[in-house]
Write a protein that binds this ligand. Structure first.
Ligand SMILES: *Cc1c(COP(=O)(O)O)cnc(C)c1O
Length: 387
């Protein structure tokens, strides 16, 4: 029996079937490369869904994890540890200048954001926009207006309002009853849909007029993915809070809610918490990842590399449209091309890791350290598929 088929049997018998996995077992990663259990090498243009922005097993991240793991892995938030305090300071200084709540995932970061907004405006509504994705836990799921994800799990958390992605409609949905407007500046899971700056400005103005909090979910767009450390920097709109996760830990699970000054003192002791939150190992990794992703040289490269990737993808015959910002790129395929099948064949036949966000959309999110040559290689591999 091959190592993979044994894992598949274990999965069938023992793993709750929440994922449709591809038939590949990865055993090692370095930079932009992955290796499977048969020794095949892959080019990774997904980064574990925008998690490995610094590349797989970045030597500085590995060193920080190893050193911290050998010294102290956990004490709870009843005590101080240096990595959590230093990471909070670095996150605040890199963005909104307020205070930070650390947690363990993206959904948890959004849960914290929703609770913070309701704490600031008790009983208030949370306005979200169509096609948004904010996670799978109940609060985050209630903020994710997608029928297929929500319907089987009703009833959801009350008080969520869905607005169309239109400046007027969004403004009309926000009132004195609104606690927060929560949105992704670029909607990743729905296929890399870039929200217009005009929509973001309308959200900002409506929040200013009503005292609601504007919260950007930067879980996928942050950590340099779009060519600035945070995507909001390119929109001209500054939110009152943002959430981060995915690439924040350089590969380890961690999330964060970062506020601006206005919401910095809303939570009081006892309002929120999590046993593992701010754990020293994840925070030590995140401190390095945040420093690496904020490097101005790297960020300039992300914009240039993103243009090269988008430009060459646009020339493939099967590609109808390319959108995105920096190295967050989505591609709509021409009629008749089935994106999940193309992603599967790219993986199995071309050893190129990408994914499909829907039946006609492919998503490309390589590590930010990708090279021009690797971009050309990835596009050539896709071009090899008879589409
Ligand atoms: C991935 C993602 C989440 C959920 O993060 P998890 O760590 O999977 O809980 C929330 N919002 C956005 C924009 C995401 O991309």
């Amino acid at each position: 029996m091959s190592p993979l088929s044994e894992l598949q049997e274990l999965e069938l018998e023992f793993v709750l079937p929440t994922y449709a996995r591809q038939p590949v077992e990865f055993v090692r990663g370095a930079g932009t490369r992955l290796w499977d259990s048969d020794g095949n090498e892959y080019l990774d243009f997904l980064s574990g869904i925008s998690v490995l922005n610094v590349g797989h097993c970045h030597p500085r991240v590995v060193a920080a994890i190893t050193a911290q793991a050998a010294r102290l892995t956990h004490v709870s938030n009843l005590y101080y540890t240096e990595p959590a305090m230093r990471l909070s300071a670095a996150l605040s200084r890199s963005s909104l200048g307020g205070k930070v709540f650390l947690c363990n995932s993206g959904a948890e970061a959004n849960e914290a954001a929703i609770k913070l907004a309701r704490r600031a405006r008790p009983g208030g509504e949370i306005v979200v926009v169509r096609d948004g994705f904010h996670g799978r836990t109940y609060g985050a799921l209630s903020a994710t207006p997608q029928e297929s994800k929500q319907a089987p799990f009703a009833p959801l958390v009350p008080g969520f309002v869905v607005a169309a992605k239109d400046p007027g409609a969004l403004a009309a949905a926000v009132s004195e009853r609104t606690a927060a407007v929560l949105l992704e500046p670029i909607q990743g899971e729905s296929g890399v849909l870039v929200l217009d700056d005009e929509l973001l400005r309308s959200a900002r103005a409506a929040c200013d007029a009503t005292g609601a909090a504007l919260i950007f979910d930067e879980i996928q767009t942050g950590m340099g993915r779009t060519g600035t450390l945070w995507a909001y920097e390119q929109t001209g709109v500054v939110p009152d809070a943002l959430t981060s996760a995915k690439a924040l830990g350089g590969g380890l699970p961690i999330g964060a809610l970062v506020t601006g000054p206005r919401l910095a003192d809303t939570f009081q002791p006892g309002d929120h918490g999590s046993t593992f939150a701010g754990g020293p190992v994840a925070c030590a990794a995140a401190l390095v990842a945040l420093e690496l992703c904020g490097d101005p040289g790297l960020l300039v490269g992300v914009s240039q590399l993103g243009e090269r990737l988008a430009g060459s993808l646009a020339e493939l015959p099967a590609v109808a449209r390319v959108r995105g910002r920096g190295l967050m790129v989505g591609v709509d395929l021409v009629d008749g091309a089935f994106a999940p099948e193309i992603a599967r064949r790219a993986l199995l036949e071309q050893r190129l890791v990408i994914n499909a966000t829907g039946p006609s959309t492919l998503r490309f999110e390589p590590p930010l350290i990708v090279t021009d040559g690797e971009i050309d290689d990835a596009v050539a591999r896709l071009g090899n598929l008879p589409l």
